[in-house]
Design a protein. Structure first.
Lengths: 331, 331
DNA sequence: CCTAGTAGGGAAAACGTTCTCTGTGGTTTT
DNA sequence: AAAACCACAGAGAACGTTTTCCCTACTAGG
């Protein structure tokens, strides 16, 4: 049998209500407060959060649902969200959907049952579409992947502009055959694809969009098909994220392509190891900490102003030029 | 106002107890079951987990506390634990301590307040020591870092043997000046260090142990000191994990050392990008999925057999030889 | 046909808190 | 000096479930 608030009250010779008040930091006579604190330490009392949540009707818990925890981008954002949330006395329920819309729906329902205060969500494509219509009991902040028409607050980076930046960079270096590799299932992929397409148009060169599935084996097959024929091979690639980039590197390695000599490479996301591959990869670094911080802040703010219009925070990425752009054939 | 079990009961014209029984899958008259299910759908009822946990006195929740979520090893293990746990109907409370013993203690207390079923923990060095003495209300399974004398179940890999394997590999390639870089704060680091030391002894060459702090800046300073003087530079390195490895790579890059020509490199952990650095890094791959699975299984088993003696699962790592061993000067 | 046993449903207690409401003692105001 | 007010403590309800206990109706065995 565990020690409860009544036991503490008995030891301190006060009422349970007073113990509760002391623990909540409400005004209580200093004498009593000391007696209560002493009793708490003496008994080793630990409040039962389930009971507290039931009675008080707020859980001080947020849900964090990401699509792929192996993607370092999400890892980094999660870490920030977790740190900030715990700092503010919020618990975090962490979920990983592995890009599975059914799992996502299941988790969203779980959040409902947990009566969470709010949710931070990086949705799958399907999920993003669904969210736009559904009304939930708690506020949701979308991160990284948010259709512009969403009915939720969101924190994103300017994907189109960033993709364009990569295209322009490659174009300046003299590349004319620049293929774009983008995820098939995410809003992010689509936005980056759009930015890529427009930038190619503005450069006056024909684009070549390659949709890449999330699953690794399939991804490598698609990429192999793109690169194996030397005569039709693009001279440069814009890659949508670091996971996809690893598939590209593996295929390039298998085909014995040297970077950037045989193939120039640019990508989203910035990981430490990218400094050491292909003479240093030129990438768009995403402001992962800011994204996490903005998401939590936005969520807290939404709780205070439930009826405020939906907001969209758009952050800029940072372009980091290293050597992997190489020189285009026509430079 | 949210819909509760009483509302469902009213709609289905049964008692709340019956609704509870239906939802729990206990034997109930088929007619009533149908009525209840219909009422559940009609009302959109979602059980309140806080109330359920309070009354039933089991939370079906496990805590997962890791020391550094940015370390892909922990990411991978976490992903497996999460997937398996949710499969078994368990919630996971995920926490990241950032190698901070105080944060770890705070989280452990939180677990107490959440009345979790059990905890899977990758402790800091301090934490590992403390755990050995403390008795908690819930079972704890230690992963990755577990002092052999711990009073908890644990899942680890055979760190000493694996470190020795790297030493032997390098020795066979002709290296004689092999430095070992290990974390200062973890049991794992110490074990790998021991294995390294013994293997060096057996090879009959003097060891050079370099303690590397977890914080990145400091780590790079230590590594720079080790590598900058060409005359005293070791010809090969055994590195304790992939995070530390990235610091090594950055320093090597800054000093313009080529791998493996100027410096042979071996490490623990296997990440996709390691294929493409230094002609492919030779590493020890840890069985991350098995570790996660074993941890959950062990925890569940401990719940059924509370008084069983403490067990220790030791898994083997897999050595993957690539090119980064190079050729030692004396080969 | 009667009794014992069983299966399943309803009423109400219980889980451990917080919250509301009431009471009391002291202080300020008139 | 009386009235009004304020600050704070205690009693007990309430949160939304599950569980316990009892009761009924049915089945099986004698």
């Amino acid at each position: 049998m565990n020690v409860g608030i009544k036991d503490v009250a008995r030891v301190a010779a006060v009422s349970p209500a007073t113990v509760s008040r002391v623990l909540a930091g409400r005004p209580v006579d200093p004498d009593m407060r000391d007696r209560v604190m002493a009793a708490v330490h003496e008994t080793g009392y630990r409040p039962n959060l389930a009971a507290r949540r039931l009675r008080s009707r707020h859980t001080n818990t947020i849900g964090l649902i990401v699509a792929d925890i192996r993607n370092p981008f999400f890892t980094a954002v999660s870490r920030t969200v977790e740190a900030i949330a715990y700092d503010r006395g919020l618990r975090v329920i962490f979920c990983n959907t592995d890009e599975d819309a059914a799992k996502e729906a299941m988790y969203l329902q779980l959040m409902q049952e947990e009566r969470v205060t709010g949710v931070i969500l990086a949705p799958t494509r399907e999920g993003a579409d669904r969210i736009a219509h559904v009304e939930s009991d708690f506020p949701i902040v979308l991160i990284d992947r948010a259709a512009p028409n969403a009915s939720c607050d969101s924190v994103v980076i300017d994907n189109a502009a960033m993709a364009a930046k990569l295209v322009v960079h490659l174009h300046r270096l003299g590349h004319r055959r620049i293929a774009g590799l983008f995820g098939t299932d995410t809003v992010t992929g689509r936005e980056r694809c759009d930015g890529y397409g427009r930038a190619m148009e503005e450069c006056g060169i024909p684009g070549q969009v390659v949709p890449v599935p999330h699953e690794r084996e399939q991804a490598q097959r698609v990429i192999t098909a793109l690169l194996e024929d030397a005569s039709r091979r693009p001279s440069a690639l814009v890659v949508s994220n670091s996971v996809m980039l690893q598939s590209v590197l593996r295929v390039a390695d298998a085909l014995e392509l040297e970077i950037p000599r045989d193939l120039a490479l640019t990508s989203f996301d910035n990981e430490p190891w990218m400094e050491f591959v292909g003479g240093g990869l030129s990438v768009i670094e995403q402001p992962v900490e800011e994204i996490g911080r903005a998401a939590v802040t936005m969520l807290m703010d939404r709780l205070d102003h439930a009826d405020c219009v939906t907001r969209r925070v758009v952050l800029a990425g940072r372009f980091i030029a290293r050597g992997s752009g190489g020189r285009g054939a026509e430079a």
